[in-house]
Ligand binder design. Structure first.
Ligand code: FAD
Length: 244
């Protein structure tokens, strides 16, 4: 197996765990499937998120006063304004999703982390980003952070055409939208990987991600050093996270 050039090594960086008390500044809908919630507060000073793959724990109180913890991607951080935006993919029967649906300016929220960052270099010849709604905030952030002319391919599952989003300003970006998990898996199976050294990042529903990982490693012979697949949620379970 070839070794990666040093500037293409994934770096793992630990951060001191900080818990921050914040308030909701605003809530905006991003198509029918997503709510963009901007949090603010002086405790965001020093907030560090080095990778689109990072997550914070959003901590919410339930009616019994217990704390409910869920993982969310820091979608955008504005250090000057001390504002952090998180995009919630809304779904039925989720505590955090329901919280986002009812959130309003002034509501209190606690976040923890990120505790660490897996920094995937930007210097690859191409970048493949695969995922469902829960991964779309991370995918959107990655697209923004890559160079204007980076070769980026996206295969994303959303619930409806109204959730299609535009990514402006990239000259070498292709996006394939699908509307169910079998189609996501099929498109991954049918994709032709470009020449050169690329990185594949994939995240979303657990069973689909397991199938995608098996396929990429087993059938496509993708080097695991140039691949990250994570389960962001699992049917019937709460607060599930697994790196596959
Ligand atoms: C590293 C990481 C980053 C993440 N980033 C984001 C992000 O930026 N935005 C985002 O929206 N999500 C993100 N997720 C996924 C999110 O943490 C889960 O979807 C979480 O379970 C939602 O919490 P909840 O309280 O709404 O639902 P839960 O109470 O956890 O789950 C209730 C039920 O809903 C199901 N469920 C959970 N999520 C979904 C879903 N999306 N669609 C359909 N059914 C679901 C569960 O299987 C369960 O049966 C991320 C997860 C990880 C691990």
């Amino acid at each position: 197996m070839k070794t990666l050039s040093p500037h293409r090594e994934v770096q793992r960086i630990r951060h001191e765990l900080r818990i921050r008390n914040l308030t909701v500044k605003s809530v905006q809908s991003v198509g029918p499937g997503f709510l963009s919630v901007t949090l603010k507060g002086p405790e965001l000073a020093g907030f560090t998120s080095l990778s689109f793959d990072d997550h914070v724990k959003v901590m919410l109180a339930d009616s019994a006063g217990d704390t409910v913890r869920r993982d969310y991607t820091p979608r955008h951080y504005n250090a000057q304004a001390q504002e952090l935006t998180i995009e919630f993919a809304v779904h039925d029967g989720g505590f955090a999703s329901d919280w986002a649906k009812n959130a309003k300016a002034g509501d209190e929220v606690v976040i923890g982390g990120p505790r660490g960052s897996m920094v995937i270099p930007t210097e690859y010849d191409w970048h493949m980003l695969i995922g469902d709604e829960t991964a779309l905030p991370a995918i959107s952030r990655r697209i923004e952070e890559l160079a204007t002319d980076a070769q980026i391919m996206v295969i994303a599952k959303i619930n409806s055409q109204e959730d299609i989003r535009l990514f402006d300003g990239k000259t070498n970006l292709s996006v394939l939208w699908v509307y169910d998990y079998p189609s996501l898996i099929n498109e991954v199976k049918e994709m032709i990987l470009p020449e050169g050294e690329g990185y594949i990042w994939s995240a979303g529903e657990a069973a689909t991600m397991a199938t995608i990982k098996r396929y990429l490693v087993g059938e496509k012979d993708v080097d695991p050093k140039k691949l990250s697949v994570a389960s962001y949620w699992k049917q019937g379970e709460s607060d599930f996270h697994e790196r596959l």
